[in-house]
Design a protein around this ligand. Structure first.
Ligand SMILES: [Zn+2]
Length: 226
């Protein structure tokens, strides 16, 4: 039997070289203001609670100072730079709990690392955009970010105003000339129809080509006819 040819190439190396050649990795969805906040004693909490409960449980890690936020965000960016990431889009909490501490820290870090990584910031609306205090911080955040972010289910659950949440996001983005990036259909249930509503609302507001849906997992459990 002839000796097998020695393997002189490695799939991982091949892929990584090609990615580098094409400009590097792009991290299209992150929450770098909450990076490194999971600890052994909080793992149990994250395991036991539903996603809707976690929207408020994470308040604990959002009470950080601007400097603490800056430290987390910088550490996350340095890690990505070391791994060959050249661009990242990250949500940043701007709401009645985080106020503007996280976004101010993120803007500082964006400037600090701009020669090594392109950072696009998106405001996370974890407390919704309907309740007056939440709306105040949404309006402040919208001015400070590159892309308008959203989470319609928060207002749908709290007050049945998910549709209004879409309208606030899309009309604000249109007014400011920014793109939109929205968390939709996250619960893997047939009653979730947020991807469809986002498509309809995008057309209604004339925002075609400027809207991104993230998650959309409930689509997969809809019947084929849908
Ligand atoms: Zn997210």
């Amino acid at each position: 039997m002839p000796n097998p040819q020695p393997i002189e190439w490695n799939f991982k190396d091949l892929v990584l070289t090609d990615i580098k050649k094409n400009g590097g990795w792009v991290n299209a969805h992150a929450h770098i203001d909450r990076a490194f906040t999971i600890r052994p004693d909080s793992l149990d909490i994250y395991k036991k609670y539903m996603l809707t409960e976690k929207w408020d449980i994470v308040d604990a890690v959002k009470n950080a100072s601007e400097d603490e936020y800056y430290r987390r965000i910088s550490k996350a960016l340095e890690l990505m730079i070391n791994q060959g990431v050249t661009a990242v889009g990250s949500f940043i909490d701007v709401d009645p709990v985080a106020e503007d501490r996280a976004i101010k820290a993120a803007l500082r870090a964006k400037e600090q690392y701009k020669s090594q990584i392109t950072v696009k910031l998106i405001n996370q609306t974890l407390k919704g955009v309907i309740e007056p205090k939440a709306r105040k911080w949404f309006d402040i955040g919208a001015e400070m970010v590159d892309i308008i972010g959203g989470l319609p289910k928060r207002d749908e659950r709290d007050s049945g105003k998910g549709e209004e949440h879409f309208d606030v996001l899309l009309s604000t983005a249109k007014k400011l000339g920014k793109m939109v990036h929205i968390h939709v259909d996250q619960f893997n249930v047939q009653s979730d129809k947020e991807t469809e509503m986002l498509a309809n609302k995008t057309i209604e507001h004339g925002m075609q080509g400027k809207v991104v849906a993230i998650h959309s997992i409930s689509l997969a459990c809809q019947p084929k006819e849908y």
